[in-house]
Design a binder for this molecule. Structure first.
Ligand code: PLP
Length: 406
């Protein structure tokens, strides 16, 4: 049974107060809080088990290396990748997508080649592709969402032309919570020979992920949203694609031999991991994944679906509040605006006074904001430890904000 109070007790920060009120943390879409097991693992790694990895032959280096390397397998299990060699460890989704842009896309794309993006991508899945547009004349083709904020897989597939070299889409919008059928997109794209990159930064947090079933070529995740340390993350890369990639960042660890005249590279995935990595962050990330797998992502998804439906039922009573996008079949992420002159920042400041942490702004999704015709929204994004009582606290705080600005 999913015991949310027991789970909350695992997260020390949830018992603190903010502005004299109990913390109601609804900014999980930006970054999630950490359970004590992750905090303990980080402390243990720094206090008793720290050394650089891969390089030394001494006890501590071997210990740190074993702990660090074991995370690759945990990520492969979490994502259901067929082999841990398909997992490149990194600092998060942004680095993962940049690796694909520089290592895979840049060497194989020419002026006039096309990349298809949805209008609801995060800047992390936009700006690296703009680099290709600016530097080599690659054309970015945008697919709109419908009035409910849903992305029709067929609309994506209809955009493919003989020049299409990649589709890059999110599995879950960080603004609307919309879930995208990335499997349908991948199936259709592969039938036309087009690889697919999935931004799993939000999707992996809210639902069980099975990259083998999705069939995608690249799937990027980020540790700090998965209840792990910031500066940790990974990207799943199908072995055929990895074999096509050039290294991106050069330095130690990713090489086999270096001389004045030549360099040879380590085997993948190490070929794509240069320099001293986020050793402790990655070890903590592994513990966070253990925590999630113990809870079961299916159970997390069911709990969050309950919170989503309850939130919808409470928001429905507020006719001065406008939720952007769909309210069903999505992750428990709500972006909204309020009638009247109140700016999203003012609303979030009032909520903060009540101890409610939400995000306000463009949420790193400029094209989506343009599409929606807004400059900013407030976003309440739920996580595995949130409760119905916290939804009520949010609604009370919103009513207060509305009264103040009405
Ligand atoms: N993609 C999505 C959908 C996101 O929500 C985020 C973070 O908010 C990112 C990518 C970037 O993740 P990171 O900053 O951890 O690299």
């Amino acid at each position: 049974m999913y015991d949310v109070q027991k789970i909350r007790a695992d997260f020390p920060i949830l018992s603190r107060e903010v502005n004299g009120k109990p913390l109601t943390y609804l900014d999980n879409g930006a970054s999630a809080q950490k359970p004590q097991v992750v905090i303990d693992a980080v402390t243990q790694a720094y206090s008793m088990e720290y050394s650089n990895v891969h390089r030394g032959l001494h006890f501590l280096s071997n210990l740190a290396t074993d702990k660090y390397e074991s995370v690759r397998g945990k990520i492969a299990t979490f994502l259901n990748a067929s082999d841990e060699s398909e997992i490149v460890l990194n600092s998060g989704t942004t680095e993962g997508i940049n690796l694909v842009a520089y290592g895979w896309a840049m060497p194989r794309m020419e002026a006039g080649d096309e990349i298809i993006l949805s209008v609801m991508e995060h800047h992390a899945n936009i700006v690296p592709w703009h680099f290709l547009r600016e530097r080599q004349g690659v054309v970015l083709k945008w697919v709109d969402v419908d009035a409910e904020g849903n992305l029709d897989p067929q609309a994506v597939l209809d955009t493919i032309t003989p020049r299409t070299k990649l589709i890059a889409v999110t599995q879950c919008s960080n603004v609307l919570g919309t879930v995208v059928d990335v499997k349908a997109i991948t199936n259709g794209a592969h039938a036309q020979g087009v690889p697919v990159l999935v931004d799993g930064s939000q999707g992996s947090v809210h639902m069980p992920v099975n990259v083998a079933d999705i069939g995608c070529d690249f799937y990027a995740i980020t540790g700090h949203k998965l209840y792990g340390p910031s500066g940790s993350g990974a990207i799943y890369i199908k072995s055929e694609r990895m074999a096509e990639m050039r290294p991106f960042i050069g330095g130690g660890d990713m090489i086999r031999e270096v001389s004045k005249d030549a360099v040879t590279y380590n085997d993948p995935p190490m070929k794509f991991e240069a320099g001293t990595p986020g050793i402790v962050q990655t070890i903590g990330f592994g513990v966070a994944l253990d925590y999630l797998m113990d809870l079961g992502m299916q159970n997390v998804a069911a709990h969050e679906a309950m919170l989503r439906d309850y939130t919808v039922s409470r928001l429905n009573g507020l006719n001065w509040l406008h939720v952007q996008g769909t309210t069903h079949d999505k992750a428990a992420i709500f972006s909204f605006t309020l009638d009247g002159a109140a700016h999203a920042h003012d609303i979030s400041t009032i909520l903060d006074k009540k101890g409610v942490a939400v995000r306000a702004g463009h949420h790193c999704a400029g094209p989506l904001m343009d599409f929606l015709g807004v400059t900013a929204t407030c976003r309440a994004s739920f996580g595995l430890y949130n409760t119905k009582a916290e939804v009520d606290t949010l609604i009370d705080a919103l009513e207060l904000a509305h009264d103040l600005f009405a």
